[in-house]
Design a protein around this ligand. Structure first.
Ligand code: PXP
Length: 251
């Protein structure tokens, strides 16, 4: 059995529910603690420009109160860079962000925005934060990540997950091939490979089975499932599926 990919639990949508009423519950920090106790290896949170879910205060409290590594998803803007430099999360994942989108649509165009991204990657790295770039599984994006000196890339699994949800098995398989090829190419070139977006119990295994993948970041489905079975059960079951994909049992 190869080393299991770590599971980063994204708790954004606990904050979405809280913000629907503007109060202070459910608390994403409480969710992060519960995910940690259920076997999560890290906590991921996306501080969006419009603060539609996670807030600045959530980031400060997660940093202060959670022992697991925090992965801050952020757009490459000066405001977010200032916040990240102050918060000093374990990791920062640079993502594209559009105000009108429902979720992160498509990967970062690292190849097209190399000049813009360079100072974000270097400032975060110099501040002790591990930088990853959220990219599509394409060689030119991996080459750009390497040129930028980002140690990690997170491969966008959204198109694969959509194909699975919509029963387009041929498309899902084709995108999986791209994910596999990108993971192999990136890992051989020295990048650490992560993957995530849109994954569910039904779609996680083929991605978790890709040998170079070291971390999966999963949020919306886990928080949705938690409504019915509790977050601890949802996280624990996801861990079991990831372990099964690598031919073993969850630790
Ligand atoms: N990885 C990245 C970079 C993301 O932006 C997101 C969504 O915030 C995720 C993973 C998790 O996606 P989902 O909530 O669909 O599981």
């Amino acid at each position: 059995m190869s080393a299991l990919p770590r599971l980063g639990v994204n708790i954004d949508h606990v904050a979405t529910i809280r913000n629907a009423r503007g109060g202070d519950y459910p608390d994403p920090v409480r969710a992060a603690r519960m995910a940690a106790n259920a076997g999560a290896d890290g906590i991921t949170a996306h501080l969006r420009e419009d603060r539609r879910h996670i807030t600045d205060d959530d980031i400060a409290r997660l940093g202060a109160q959670i022992d697991l590594p925090l992965n801050l998803e952020m757009a490459a803007t000066d405001e977010m860079l200032r916040i990240a430099l102050e918060a000093r999360p374990h990791a920062a994942c640079l993502v594209p962000e559009k105000r009108e989108e429902r979720t992160t649509e498509g990967g970062l165009d690292a190849a097209g925005q190399q000049d813009h991204l360079a100072r974000f990657v270097s400032a975060l790295r110099e501040n002790g934060t591990r930088v990853s770039l959220f990219i599509e599984p394409a060689r030119r994006q991996l080459d750009a990540a390497l040129a930028l000196g980002a140690p990690v890339v997170e491969l966008h699994t959204g198109a694969y997950a959509d194909a699975c949800n919509e029963g387009r098995a041929g498309d899902a398989e084709r995108i999986l091939q791209d994910l596999r090829a990108a993971a192999d190419y990136g890992a051989r070139a020295g990048l650490e490979i992560h993957a995530g977006h849109g994954l569910t119990y039904d779609s996680v295994k083929p991605v978790a089975a890709i040998a170079p993948v070291r971390e999966l970041n999963i949020g919306h489905f886990l928080i949705s499932e938690a409504i019915f079975c509790g977050l601890d059960q949802a996280v624990s079951h996801m861990r079991t599926l990831i372990a099964q994909a690598r031919g073993g049992v969850a630790p």
